[in-house]
Ligand binder design. Structure first.
Ligand SMILES: Nc1ncnc2c1ncn2[C@@H]1O[C@H](COP(=O)(O)OP(=O)(O)OP(=O)(O)O)[C@@H](O)[C@H]1O
Length: 303
């Protein structure tokens, strides 16, 4: 049985439908990335999955519990990390975890706290005040608090926002270790490198799922083709290429310019006049996940 199996989840706030007919199926041990622009409905979907919001329409289960009638069972069973983890800044790491252990009525409490500190590499910092921790260590404490009751499903809402790359890398190593032990993870993120660390991704826009699959599948299904220009005055070239028929995106990447279109023939025709400049070398490039997301976001804005 899938760990998450929901169909047609819908949520309205007033007259606005912010989650519109979302279906998701996630298997044990899978890490699924949940992506989409700000306000697209990721948090609202996650809150329906963890039993904090009742869907206006749709059915399904999380960890085998019904999302409508057994929300209280889901709340106890999942590990949910909110965008803003709140903890007591004037308590130490160990004291914060002890408090969480009380909330979940874990016994023996000290053993649960010690095991979690150890698993998350927090033992040597157990007596540090939470308020004095750097962003990365705060996130690690947040993860510790959400895994201490050993949930089989983690719902993580932008867990690494504002955290430096090294701490994000370590955080993701922890996520993969947990998944290796069979824990299932649904994680929302705006970071492309994090999307690439997921087994699968689901992209939501205006409350609707508009792309899903492995990163390779999502890139391939986008149908986008990319040329890379190198050398010469790339800034001037960018200005000239923007808005040219057949070219949908022009973006600098380091010392190169990525030129993206959705039709190879039209893209090649569009760049042909500029390929005569000997200062600039052109080659076919890999379309990036970021190119695809920019395209998906642009599509949303079209009438
Ligand atoms: N309780 C609420 N009442 C009214 N509108 C809400 C409520 N919660 C969320 N919304 C609106 O629903 C839409 C979706 O919000 P949601 O937080 O689910 O998006 P998100 O994809 O998580 O965004 P972000 O990436 O910025 O976190 C937004 O327009 C938001 O303002």
């Amino acid at each position: 049985m899938s760990v998450i199996a929901v169909e047609g989840l819908t949520k309205r706030f007033g007259t606005r439908t912010v989650v519109d007919n979302v279906s998701l199926s996630v298997e044990e041990g899978e890490i699924v990335g949940f992506l989409g622009p700000n306000g697209s409905g990721k948090t609202t979907t996650i809150r329906m999955l963890c039993g904090l919001l009742t869907p206006d329409a749709g059915t399904g289960t999380c960890l085998g519990h019904d999302v409508r009638s057994e929300a209280w069972k889901i709340k106890q069973a999942v590990g949910y990390m909110t965008q803003r983890f709140s903890f007591y800044e004037d308590l130490t790491i160990a004291e914060n975890l002890d408090f969480v252990a009380r909330l979940y009525a874990l016994r023996p409490r000290q053993a649960h706290v010690a095991r979690t500190l150890d698993a998350l590499g927090l033992t040597h910092r157990r007596d540090q005040l939470a308020g004095a921790l750097s962003g990365g260590w705060k996130q690690r404490l947040a993860l510790a608090a959400c895994v201490m009751h050993q949930p089989r499903l983690l719902l993580l809402d932008e867990p690494t926002a504002g955290v430096d790359p090294k701490a994000r890398r370590e955080f993701w190593d922890q996520i993969h270790t947990l998944a290796g032990d069979g824990v299932t993870v649904l994680v929302s993120t705006h970071y492309m490198d994090e999307a690439e660390r997921c087994h699968r991704i689901v992209y939501i826009s205006s409350g609707k799922v508009i792309a899903r699959g492995t990163v390779e599948e999502v890139v391939a299904n986008s149908g986008l083709v990319t040329y890379v220009a190198r050398g010469g005055d790339l800034h001037a070239l960018q200005t000239r290429l923007e808005g040219v028929d057949g070219i949908e995106q022009v973006a600098p990447f380091g010392a190169t310019l990525h030129v993206v279109g959705s039709d190879l023939g039209r893209l090649e025709a569009a760049i042909a006049p500029y390929r005569t400049d000997p200062a600039t070398a052109w080659s076919r490039g890999e379309t990036s996940l970021e190119d695809v997301f920019i395209q998906l976001m642009a599509g949303k804005d079209r009438p």
